[in-house]
Write a protein that binds this ligand. Structure first.
Ligand code: XMP
Length: 507
């Protein structure tokens, strides 16, 4: 496996994903928390950083045991770091070097650049520049504006590049990573969805033995893949609980429950809709609603788990981005914008040990693992859906009638996206019920009814998002259908806000 030391670059996770696309397992660790079992890593990559090596508080880890010992690739900040602290010189560049550039010079016969030709496009993003190479540095590539775009250290398997091979705009970036990791570092390319399943199943069996495990299914991709993996490992010792919080999509509870049973999972459906509605009665504040939903979920789940005897483990569908320790450039934790109740797990009183079979993989890898396990592609391709469900898409207080209205609206919108072949082009879509009544006219009668907003966004991780340019004809037909069919709604609007500054959900 490969160790990626994170200096806080926004691209660090991309490095890990590119390496994994080469069927090589990689792990991200903060630059100041170098793992102790270094022997288990065949190679090390240093990430970029928003910081400057010239600053007083420059991030400055001790690389003894890595540099000169293991093949090492230093990217951007990493490359400047090696230069600055090992006899070279880094200075502010005269022009900000940002965006596309092309390699105008590549030194002959460098294995590092095998199958990459002069002219290759690379992506730059830095404001300091390497003026002088470190001791024993050998220049191996330049661009028009950046002479020291890539160098290696004579006598070591140490390589440094100023550009970012991990981003899509570095056209040969993946080839470069392969050259370094496979040809130079000699890492094996044997990490595949199949090998992941095999290893994980073994690891689960070893970890939980004959103990019973309980898992909460949500209908989402992560908990489903986690359940199927565990089912493969321990079969009937896995007890799945699927809670209907009354805030799911129309017919979702029954249809997903049937699907789970069809997959051979040992699953119990618990309809707790009334209990959730009661807990939510009169609450208008989004964070209070989230807390009430989270708390009720834990109560319901706990009641059910207590009906099972001798359960020792709680399984969760936690994925890698939830567990990577982040390096913040400012040093402080990032502000809580919305509390996501399903991150953070269950309270201590359950006293269960935790098993998280997807802890090491990214969302796209979860989907690939799911496909290898034979899970229905339609289930794997489902849009993300928030834990509190329609509860945060009904603005203000929640009633059974409002839930019914929104379920109908949402079903028309989502089914329409599927019929028009748009569903897979959208990252997430849904409808919001607004706390607004407006005047309309239906037949000869004046109406004074609810307004709904439709939202469809494209995104890769939900952190940033943009609204999707859905065809006018689709919006027209959907709006008509909603107003004609859903009693209580007389107006439909389409949300054209990006995130930031808006968020995906309205609450
Ligand atoms: P926002 O609205 O913060 O949403 O732009 C980003 C992503 O997170 C989902 N989301 C939630 N998921 N519990 C969840 O499990 C929550 O409380 C929650 N709030 C937002 C949202 O659907 C989107 O995918």
């Amino acid at each position: 496996k490969v160790l990626i030391l994170d200096f806080g670059s926004q691209y660090t996770q991309l490095i890990a994903r590119r390496v994994r696309e080469l069927n090589i397992y990689s792990e991200i660790h903060p630059f100041n928390k170098i793992p102790e079992d270094l022997a288990s890593y065949k190679s090390v990559i240093l990430s970029g950083s928003p910081n400057s090596v010239r600053g007083e508080d420059a991030l400055h880890p001790n690389l003894d045991g890595i540099r000169g010992v293991k093949p090492m690739l230093a990217v951007c900040y990493g490359a400047q770091y090696l230069a600055h602290f090992s006899g070279g010189n880094v200075a502010p560049s005269d022009t900000r070097e940002y965006g596309r550039a092309n390699l105008s010079f590549i030194k002959n016969d460098e294995e590092f650049f095998a199958n990459i030709n002069e002219g290759s496009q690379v992506w730059m993003s830095h404001s300091d520049t390497i003026k002088e190479l470190p001791t024993n540095g050998v220049l191996i590539a330049s661009t028009k504006d950046v002479t020291n775009a890539a160098y290696r250290i004579e006598g070591e398997a140490t390589y440094a590049i100023q550009f970012h091979p991990e981003v899509y705009h570095s056209t040969d970036g993946k080839q470069l990573l392969e050259n370094f990791l496979v040809k130079i570092a000699g890492v094996n390319q044997d990490w595949t969805p199949d090998s992941f399943v095999e290893e994980t199943v073994e690891a689960i069996q070893e970890k939980v033995g004959n103990d019973k495990v309980v898992l909460g299914l949500s209908g989402g991709v992560d908990s489903t893949v986690a359940a199927v993996l565990l089912n493969k490992a321990i079969g009937k010792n896995l007890y799945c609980i699927f809670v209907n919080n009354g805030l799911l999509r129309k017919n979702e509870f029954q249809s997903v429950l049937n699907q789970y049973e069809g997959m051979g999972l040992n699953v119990k459906g618990v309809d707790a809709s009334e209990r959730f509605l009661a807990a939510l009665a009169g609450l208008e504040d989004p964070e209070l609603k989230r807390k009430a939903i989270g708390k009720t979920f834990i109560e319901v789940f706990d009641d059910e788990a207590h009906k099972l005897t001798d359960v020792k483990w709680l399984a969760q569908g936690t994925i890698y981005p939830d567990v990577i320790e982040s390096v913040s450039a400012t040093g402080g934790p990032s502000a809580t914008i919305k509390s996501h109740h399903n991150v953070g797990g269950l309270p201590d009183f359950m006293k269960l040990k935790i098993v998280e079979p997807l802890r090491a993989i990214f969302k796209d890898e979860v989907r690939r693992v799911g496909a290898t396990l034979g899970i229905d592609p339609e289930l794997l391709g489902r849009h993300p859906f928030p834990g509190p469900g329609l509860g945060i898409r009904i603005l203000g207080d929640i009633t059974a009638e409002k839930v019914r209205i929104l379920q109908e609206v949402d079903a028309i919108f989502i089914n329409g996206l599927k019929e028009w072949g748009l569903y897979d082009k959208v990252w997430q879509a849904g409808a919001m019920l607004l706390p607004v009544n407006s005047v309309g006219v239906m037949g000869d009668e004046r109406t004074y009814e609810k307004c709904v907003a439709l939202r469809a966004v494209e995104s890769t991780d939900g952190m940033t998002a943009d609204w999707v340019n859905l065809p006018y004809e689709f919006l027209q037909k959907t709006s008509n259908e909603i107003i004609n069919k859903v009693k209580g709604v007389n107006r439909v609007v389409y949300d054209i806000s990006s995130k930031p500054p808006a968020t995906i959900e309205w609450e």
